[in-house]
Design a protein around this ligand. Sequence first.
Ligand SMILES: *[C@@H]1O[C@H](CO)[C@@H](O)[C@H](O)[C@H]1NC(C)=O
Length: 329
Amino acid sequence: MLSSLALLPAIAGLIPSVSAAALSVNAQKIEDRTITPLTCLFFGDIVSPWWLNKCKPHLDLVVIDLRSAAEYAVSHIPGSISAPFEPISAWSQMGPGDLLLELPEYNDLAAFLGSIGVSNSPSATKIVLVNGVDVPAFPQAASPRVATTLKFAGLSEGRVAVLDGGFPAWATESLPITTEVPVLVPRTFVSAPDTSFLVDINYVASKINKNKQGIFLIDGRDQAVYNGSVMEDWALKPGHIPSAKNLPAQKIWNPDGSYKSTFELLSLLREQIGYSASRSYGEIIVYCGVGGYASSWYFVLTRILGFGSNVKFFDGSAQQWSQFYDMEL
Ligand SMILES: *[C@@H]1O[C@H](CO)[C@@H](O)[C@H](O)[C@H]1NC(C)=O
């Protein structure tokens, strides 16, 4: 039997004989077939560049570019607005005891969201977050961190998505880019903070050494930091919070910055906690150095793997813990 690969050169040879006009008509037909109203009604937690490009004109969408102002200036998605995710920015603040990257004050955050055109009215603005991609995966972590911040702001989770693979994926697919900066149309953002998923250091202290009861701490830092062979600047002691399991956030993404599959992500989790915690029983508390990687696992657990209110977020993370308690090696 002739392998289909053997046919490729023959097919390629045919293409020059087809006129460019005919090809573009075919391309048009394919696009018409694949875009339906339902395609844009379904707003997932992770959206593809293709989906965003197609559906942007059909939805009340705010596309927020979290990369640096310099990267945004070079090129960005048409209509996207620049709101860089930086340790000192509208997305975070310094907490008590110089805690880095704490969630901002609710009123400041609400005013900021309104100023960049995000409304919480029933007309329901949807938000797509766009990050850069690098090693280590700090840029990748920016989108889930901001998604977590928007949950705190009271935006229902079904209204916030991240762009899979970030801006590099958009650029790789040769979708339109621009240097034009859109005019911001401020709106009113009125909501109430959602603090239901936030836990403090005393809460965490009451939950250590309870793995047998299905209560787990997940440390999102790299293995060398978790095991104490490397220390980060912000933790006062090496090691991890006693009884915590290590799940480096770096493993959430493929090298190109796209999200690993649901199956792969669930397998990573099960390798660490087995089946002692699930969507309906037990508890998982996520933390890391200062809260960035912890948000990434918070996003994966609640938005991709379907865990719910039994996932908690410790924003103070290792930085705060190490100021008051011993770490384990
Ligand atoms: C800690 O983790 C690093 C990085 O994976 C590894 O090279 C090192 O051997 C580990 N050290 C201990 C004591 O487990």
